[in-house]
Design a protein around this ligand. Structure first.
Ligand SMILES: Nc1nc2c(ncn2[C@@H]2O[C@H](COP(=O)(O)OP(=O)(O)OP(=O)(O)O)[C@@H](O)[C@H]2O)c(=O)[nH]1
Ligand SMILES: [Mg+2]
Length: 213
């Protein structure tokens, strides 16, 4: 049996059980969403199902989104579960708000890339408010406190508090130090989110069907 991105199960083409997971990189404009995704994809290239698809402006801004798929075999008590993780990064451009709405609603996990620079705090809060407005209440959110190499930044703990102040009833799983430009901690953040998403999917299916990756 397979779980699709919403946790529903279907028959896989292989004899292995399979799991489909959708992870979305979200955040304000030019915060490092694409940089983070590209670094994760390159670092985990042995698991890449295909090349990363990019739709960008000539200036390197994300026009629609980037998309790729990673494949993993996850052990479970009932044998290996072949897992496909669909990863995408939304465009941060204000004018493409409606393309983001659907993406947030259908995600199993969100990587919110926050801009830790003090002068970008309002943009980060606006983007986070937009995210919370569109995504289901129970979708796990992991936060990268990015741009930690820049001057006049807030620490990951302070960024966590800023986002908690937006809505304390929906705390992120964790807020971690990242410098996406240098690939610092982007893979760790991704794997932490993925573990949380898979654990949540497994536990929400325990009562309904036999599935426990
Ligand atoms: N100094 C510094 N620069 C960064 C960091 N992360 C990303 N950048 C740079 O910021 C710029 C924008 O990065 P992108 O990954 O394109 O940002 P984005 O969020 O995908 O941008 P849009 O899709 O256009 O909204 C690039 O020049 C990156 O090299 C970081 O942690 N520190
Ligand atoms: Mg981008």
């Amino acid at each position: 049996m397979a779980l699709d991105g919403t946790g529903n199960q279907s028959k896989s083409s292989t004899s292995h059980p399979s799991l489909q997971v959708k992870v979305v990189y979200w955040g304000p404009a030019e915060v490092g969403k694409t940089t983070s995704l590209v670094h994760v994809y390159n670092s985990l290239h042995e698991h890449a199902a295909d090349a990363l698809i990019k739709v960008q402006t000539t200036g390197g801004r994300t026009l629609w989104s980037e998309y790729g798929a990673l494949e993993f075999e996850i052990p479970s008590t009932r044998g290996p579960v072949s897992t496909v993780v669909h990863v995408s990064a939304v465009t941060g451009q204000e004018r493409f708000l409606n393309t983001r709405e659907f993406t947030a609603a259908s995600a199993d996990g969100i990587m919110f890339v926050a801009d830790s620079r003090r002068h970008r705090l309002d943009a980060t809060k606006r983007s986070y408010e937009e995210l919370l407005a569109y995504m289901p209440r129970t979708t796990p959110i992991m936060v990268q406190a990015n741009f930690q190499d820049a001057r006049d930044v807030l620490s990951p703990a302070m960024m966590h508090q800023v986002l908690l102040n937006v809505d304390s009833s929906r705390p992120p799983i964790n807020t971690v130090f990242t410098v996406a430009k240098d690939g610092v901690n982007t893979v760790g953040a991704f794997l932490q989110l993925l573990c949380m998403v898979i654990t949540k999917m497994a536990s929400s299916n325990m009562g309904s069907e036999s599935h426990d990756p």
